[in-house]
Ligand binder design. Structure first.
Ligand SMILES: [Zn+2]
Ligand SMILES: [Zn+2]
Length: 502
C-alpha cells in the first residue's frame, strides 16, 4: 500500500483565500484604469448584493453609511481607508492605483475630482457590444476632463431618461451600477452618431496630458524634479530668480505660486496643465525631463523668428541641415498664431529644400500647411467677419434637439459652437424658439426636482430627529440639512412636524 500520499512533509497547504472575490482591476497599467468607485460597484455586483450593503457589511460596518463617499478615489482619508480594507479583503494589491492616492503630497486635492458623475455614452455602448465589462475609468472623475478622446465627444453628466445627474441622493444610490443611471436605472450607453464633432487641437493636447497624469507613477519622479525644485530652477533660468515674474508669465496666481515654491501649499492639477501648455511640453516631460531642457524651448519662444533662422543657417555651409534647430524653428512658427509663412519660405530661411522639411517633420509641416490653407480661406471671406458654417451649426442643433434634453441656454450653446444668440434667432427662428422653450422647461423641471429633493430631505430629517428622541425644531432641522430654509420650505417643515404628531 502506498502511503506516500499521506506524508505530512509533502502536504501542500491551501493557498490563502480572499474574503471578497479577487476581481482584477480593469485597465490596470493604462490611462483608462478603473476608478475605485467603479471597482466597488462591480465587486458588489459579483457578490450579487447592492453596493451600499457591501459597504455597510464589509467596509464601514461601524457607520451608518447612506451613500458612496462623494470624492472616493481622490486624495483623502476615506479613499485611503477604503483602499486599505479592500486590498486586504480582495487580496488585490493594485487597488490604490484606482485612486489618486499615489499623488498625495505632490498635488493638492482641491479642484481635482468632480463631485458629479461624468461618462462617455459611446464607450459604454462599445464595451457592451464587445461583451466587455462595463466600468468607469478614473480619468472621467478628474475635474478638468471634459471630452472622450477615443470618440471625440463631450462627456455627459445627465441621464437622458430622467434628467438626473448622478451625484444623487442617498436613496437613489443604493442600487447604483456602472453604466446605468443611479436614479432611474436606465442604460447610459448610446451608439455613436455621425461624427459632427471636431475636437480642438488644444483640447486634444490637454486631454493627452490628463491621460499621462493618470499613467505616471509619482513614485518614479526624482527628487530633483519636485515641483519646488522645478520652480526654483525655472525662475533662476528664465527670470533671474524672480518668481513673481515667472508666475505672471505662466498665468498662475502669484500668491499660490509663492506658497507652492515656499512649500506651504501644493499645486493644483490645473497649475500643472497650465505649465505644460505654457512650455509646450507633455505631463511626462514636465516630471521626467530636467527643466532646463524645456526652458530652452521657452527661450526660443522669446527670440524673434529671424534670430533663430540666423543661428540655424550656418554661413558658408548652405546645405548642412541641423535637425534640432530646424524643429525648434518650425515649432516656434507654429506657436505664433498670427504668422503663416509658406513652407518654401521657411525652407529658404533655413537654407534647405521644402521637401527636406516635409520628409523630416511630416506632422509639423502638415499642421503648418493646414493652418495656412485655413487662413487663406478665412482671408477670402468678407473682412471683419468670419463666415459661419450655418449648415453645420444647423445640423448640430437638430441633432441635439432630436437626441438629448436641452440643458444649456442658446447663449452657452452658441459659445461652444461659435454663434451669437441674435444671429441664430435671425437665421433659424424656429430652432431658436425650440431650444429656448426646451431649455426653459428643463430649468423648470430641474427647479422642481431640487425642490422635491429638499422636501424629502426635510421630511427625513424630521423623522430621524424624532427617532433619536429629539424635537425637530426649525433650528435642528436646518443644522441637520446644513443650510437655512426658504419660506416655501419652512411651510414644508411645518407640515412635516404636524403630520408626525397626528
Ligand atoms: Zn468614449
Ligand atoms: Zn435616469
Amino acid at each position: 500500500m502506498n502511503i506516500e500520499w499521506y506524508d505530512p512533509e509533502k502536504f501542500i497547504p491551501t493557498p490563502p483565500r480572499s474574503r471578497l472575490y479577487n476581481l482584477p482591476l480593469i485597465g490596470y497599467g493604462t490611462a483608462y484604469v478603473e476608478s475605485l468607485r467603479s471597482y466597488i460597484l462591480r465587486l458588489a455586483e459579483a457578490h450579487n448584493i447592492w453596493v451600499l450593503d457591501l459597504i455597510r457589511s464589509e467596509i464601514q460596518p461601524s457607520k451608518l453609511i447612506k451613500m458612496i463617499p462623494q470624492k472616493l478615489g481622490g486624495i483623502n482619508q476615506i479613499t485611503s481607508e477604503y483602499v486599505n480594507i479592500l486590498e486586504k479583503a480582495t487580496m488585490n494589491p493594485h487597488l490604490h492605483l484606482s485612486s489618486l492616492l499615489p499623488w498625495a503630497n505632490i498635488i493638492s486635492s482641491h479642484r481635482l475630482m468632480r463631485s458629479t458623475r461624468a461618462w462617455c455614452p459611446v464607450c459604454f455602448e462599445t464595451w457592451k457590444q464587445d461583451e466587455q465589462p462595463t466600468y468607469e475609468p478614473l480619468l472621467w472623475q478628474l475635474e478638468p476632463v471634459s471630452t472622450c478622446l477615443k470618440h471625440g465627444i463631450p462627456l455627459e453628466f445627465k441621464c437622458p431618461s430622467c434628467g438626473s445627474s448622478s451625484n444623487a441622493q442617498s436613496q437613489a444610490q443604493s442600487r447604483a451600477r456602472n453604466g446605468h443611471c443611479w436614479k432611474c436605472g436606465a442604460w447610459l450607453g448610446k451608439s455613436p452618431v455621425n461624427q459632427l464633432h471636431t475636437v480642438d487641437l488644444k483640447l486634444v493636447e490637454l486631454h493627452q496630458n490628463l491621460e499621462q497624469f493618470v499613467l505616471i507613477s509619482p513614485s518614479h519622479i526624482s527628487s530633483e524634479n519636485t515641483i519646488i525644485n522645478m520652480i526654483k530652477n525655472l525662475s533662476t533660468f528664465l527670470t533671474k530668480g524672480n518668481k513673481t515674474e515667472l508666475a505672471r508669465r505662466i498665468g498662475i496666481s502669484v500668491g499660490r505660486f509663492s506658497s507652492i515654491s515656499g512649500g506651504s501649499a501644493l499645486p493644483h492639477l490645473q497649475d500643472l496643465l497650465d505649465m505644460c501648455q505654457f512650455f509646450h511640453i507633455s505631463m511626462q516631460e514636465l516630471f521626467f525631463t530636467p527643466c532646463n531642457e524645456w526652458a530652452t524651448k521657452e527661450q526660443y519662444n522669446s527670440k524673434t523668428l529671424s534670430e533663430i533662422a540666423a543661428t540655424t543657417k550656418e554661413p558658408g555651409k548652405p546645405h548642412s541641415f541641423n535637425k534640432d534647430n530646424a524643429r525648434h524653428y518650425l515649432e516656434s512658427i507654429l506657436r505664433d498664431k498670427s504668422n503663416f509663412p509658406f513652407l518654401t519660405e521657411i525652407a529658404r530661411q533655413l537654407g534647405v529644400q521644402a521637401d527636406t522639411l516635409r520628409k523630416n517633420f511630416p506632422e509639423l509641416t502638415t499642421i503648418l500647411m493646414q493652418r495656412r490653407s485655413y487662413r487663406i480661406r478665412k482671408a477670402k471671406k468678407p473682412k471683419g467677419k468670419t463666415r459661419k458654417n450655418w449648415p453645420r451649426i444647423r445640423a448640430e442643433l437638430t441633432l441635439m434637439l432630436n437626441s438629448t434634453e436641452i440643458t444649456e441656454s442658446v447663449r452657452d450653446i452658441g459659445k461652444r459652437l461659435d454663434f451669437s444668440s441674435p444671429a441664430l434667432k435671425g437665421k433659424y427662428p424656429e430652432i431658436y424658439e425650440e431650444i429656448t422653450k426646451r431649455y426653459a422647461s428643463y430649468r423648470e423641471k430641474e427647479r422642481q426636482r431640487v425642490f422635491d429633493e429638499k422636501v424629502s430631505e426635510i421630511r427625513t430629517a424630521v423623522i430621524e430627529l424624532r427617532s433619536l428622541g429629539l424635537k425637530p425644531t426649525l433650528k435642528c432641522v436646518q443644522e441637520k440639512i446644513g443650510h437655512q430654509l426658504c419660506i416655501d420650505l419652512i411651510k414644508v417643515w411645518r407640515e412635516a412636524i404636524q403630520t408626525g404628531t397626528d
